[in-house]
Design a protein around this ligand. Sequence first.
Ligand code: SF4
Length: 347
Amino acid sequence: MAKTKQKKGSTDRQVAMVFDLNKCIGCQTCSVACKTLWTNEDSTDYQWWCTVNTQPGQGHPRDYETMGGGYRDGVPQPGRLAKRSEWGGGWDFNYDEVFYGGKGRSTFLQHVGEEPEWGPNWDEDQGAGEYPNAYYFYLPRLCNHCTKPACVDACPRDAMYKRSEDGIVLRDETRCRGYQFCAEACPYEKIYFNFMRNVSQQCIMCFPRVEQNVAPACARQCPGRAVWFGMLDDHEGPVAQLVNKWKVALPLHPEYGTEANIFYIPPVGPARLSEDLSFDEETPRIPREYLEGLFGPKVNAALDTLTTEMAKTKNGRKSKLMDTLVAYWWKDMFKPYDRDPAEIKWK
Ligand code: SF4
């Protein structure tokens, strides 16, 4: 189980994930795989450690990008906690009436209590732009297991730490007192509160699986083969190749200063349609400025590399990058974390 505790500084190794936003179909299989594995107990109903947001959109919690936290020029920035209404979800339904009140055949499940105003995926598939050039894409989000985790720095109880053997950010729940300074400090708003147990909680990168060489559930369950998992120092592995060699996988909001370890292949998107409905190949439908706002200026070089390599394959030439992104054999996406979880005797 969780082995070496190391509060700050460098780790021996660092796990990372790459999501290809050109392949993500927004099916939420990753979200549900995580939900059923880790957040199915009381008081975790509103917690979605992994969610797939539609971009452009307000995200989850609503407008999380305006809530502060993280670092600017190495200086911690004030952040605020998301309100319960900004998270949304975890609503009450008339279960008693439907299941136990003898009205099962005459009524149906309905929300009870305050009218919900937001929830995960509230703005799903809305996107932006005008017909015929409307656009959207999906962005799976989870804790980034940052190299400089603002949450760890903010914890006055040393309850949060970054493991030296793989850089996974964890919490010692016996030390957590529920102050939520970690949640205020996380600029990605990826820390939730368990109101029943009075502790904060977040993605644990499926560390019990990782210790058994099984990839995290969100990655393993992705039906689109859109997620790679591995160590950044495995230089021949696809994660390191996509991040460090090809430089086509980028962290979300690098300006937050936490050095996130969840990386994204930005969406190339189709060309714009001109008024005469011909394709304007020079103008991308997803505005570059918008993508720069999400992934920083390096997104331009990443998109140029992707389009160059795509053109190669269109012209019948080989592209090692495209072969990696196509992912012909799923095990290649996770090696050596490709064990079958069904073979393992879990304690
Ligand atoms: Fe901490 Fe947030 Fe970074 Fe996760 S994403 S390590 S919770 S700062």
